[in-house]
Design a binder for this molecule. Structure first.
Ligand code: C2E
Ligand code: MG
Ligand code: MG
Length: 417
């Protein structure tokens, strides 16, 4: 990652002082010099600055008057005042108003250098402290949410593409936070992973999803499968197999109706343990899918060795498959490869009828996406809300030829039609 240079804003109506400071500080920092408070506030409104060095006395708005505006516009910045005379009173006034430090005119550049470094060090420590405090508070909230049962599971329908029948659902966790409303996995899964809380959260999701699948079966949806996401920490954890067996047992669900989704990256973290765990799960009858397939780094040979039943083609490929010939060719290659390895393919993120038509043509097995239904509470799966409306002819797909140029022509023809 390229680290961004520290940004310094210099404000002094005396152009000469401003220019001396600018030339000197530009050796180490990314500096901008302006000659009025109005220009300074405009600069702060358009870009962040780490440090603001401002003259105390300026016509129109003084440096001191500027401080409350800085606190609103750029609360993360640290302020150093330049005082016109050696007067302790103005220095105290500046600090009281919120400046971190001050320099007095005439100044030595070494003094400027020392003050700027001190102010930036302070800023770094302050930011580190507040980040750590925020993180601690968030960890406590996460643990509390688990105790309060604030995690709920939404379900998104999965459709068998040839028959367009809903054959199951993916369980997707949400956090119903009393203050912030409903939070999505991207808001809390990374922290849950870091703190290890993903293990009990994941176990709760497994329990809920298995119980839900059993309930669907009892309602007459006999072959409904439920897919549950499992994170790297869960997969490597000693008790994971027991947790899965317990969830199935408590729900009275046959293992074949549970699918575990793992990502390539999560398997890569400790392939031996991961593969062993998946092999045991599969021997129990649980299905295994590789999630977000195509975004990781698996070699094709590696895919062959994995104990899996299906791959979930990542939504990023589906998105442009009907407009970009390269993506169309990729989708086609992945589906063909998976089928050659006797794996099923579920396409993620299907949003349009065109995308569905294209995937049908390529004999993609299953699909999931807003086109069929958004994730929702379990009732939405059975209320008929996810009925699929189509206005295209459900003719069988064309046979595929393995030649890649023909594949590409076929792909292009498919999305032109
Ligand atoms: P994922 O497993 O790849 O799940 C699919 C994500 O794509 C879901 O986001 C879903 O809402 C979204 N999605 C579905 N159809 C469409 C579509 O047509 N268009 C677009 N743009 N998006 C669509 P969500 O629910 O925010 O979940 C994000 C990720 O969080 C999941 O990706 C999964 O990796 C993770 N996750 C969700 N639930 C759990 C869980 O219980 N445990 C763990 N460890 N991870 C979970
Ligand atoms: Mg998933
Ligand atoms: Mg996915």
């Amino acid at each position: 990652m390229i680290e961004q240079k520290t940004r310094v804003l210099i404000v002094d109506d005396d152009r000469e002082i401003g220019s001396i400071l600018h030339d000197f500080l530009s050796r180490s920092y990314d500096c901008i010099a302006v000659t009025s408070a109005a220009d300074a506030l405009a600069a702060l409104a358009s870009a962040p600055f780490d440090l603001i060095m401002s003259d105390i006395s300026m016509p129109q708005m003084s440096g001191l008057e500027m401080i409350p505006h800085i606190a609103t516009l750029a609360p993360e910045s640290v302020v150093v005042m330049i005082s016109g005379q050696r007067m302790i009173e103005s220095a105290i006034e500046a600090m009281r108003a919120g400046a971190f430090d001050y320099i007095t005119k005439p100044f030595e550049l070494t003094q400027v250098d020392a003050v700027v470094r001190r102010a930036l060090d302070y800023r770094k420590q302050r930011d580190g402290r507040s980040r750590a405090t925020r993180c601690d508070a968030e960890k406590r909230r996460l643990a509390q949410a688990l105790n309060n049962h604030d995690f709920i599971v939404h379900y998104q329908p999965q459709v068998e593409i040839p028959s367009l029948k809903i054959v199951g659902a993916e369980a997707l966790v949400r956090w119903e936070d009393r203050e912030r409303g409903m939070l999505l996995p991207s808001d809390f899964i990374p922290l849950a992973e870091d703190t290890g809380l993903i293990v009990p959260i994941g176990a709760a999701v497994l329990q809920t999803a298995c119980a839900q699948a059993r309930q669907w079966h009892q309602m007459g949806l006999a072959d409904f499968c439920v897919a549950v996401n499992v994170s790297p920490k869960q997969l490597q954890e000693d008790n994971f197999l027991k947790t899965v067996a317990q969830a199935l047992d408590d729900a009275g669900l046959e293992p074949e109706f549970l699918e575990i989704e793992v990502t390539e990256t999560s398997l890569m973290q400790n392939p031996e343990i991961g593969i062993q765990t998946l092999t045991t799960l599969r021997a129990m009858g649980v299905k295994i899918a590789i999630d977000d397939f195509g975004t990781g780094y698996s070699s094709l040979g590696y895919l062959k060795r994995l104990p899996i039943d299906s791959v979930k083609l990542d939504a990023s490929f589906v998105k442009d498959a009907t407009s970009d010939p390269d993506d169309a060719a990729l989708v086609m290659a992945i589906i063909t490869l998976a089928h050659n390895l006797r794996l099923k393919v579920t396409a993620e993120g299907i949003e349009t009828q065109d995308q569905l038509a294209f995937l049908r043509l390529l004999r993609c097995d299953r699909g999931q996406g807003y086109f069929f239904g958004r994730p929702g509470i379990s009732d939405e799966m059975t209320s008929g809300k996810n009925k699929i409306k189509l206005d295209f002819d459900c003719r069988p797909s064309e046979p595929l030829n393995k030649d890649t140029t023909q594949h590409r022509n076929l792909a292009q023809a498919a999305y032109r039609n």
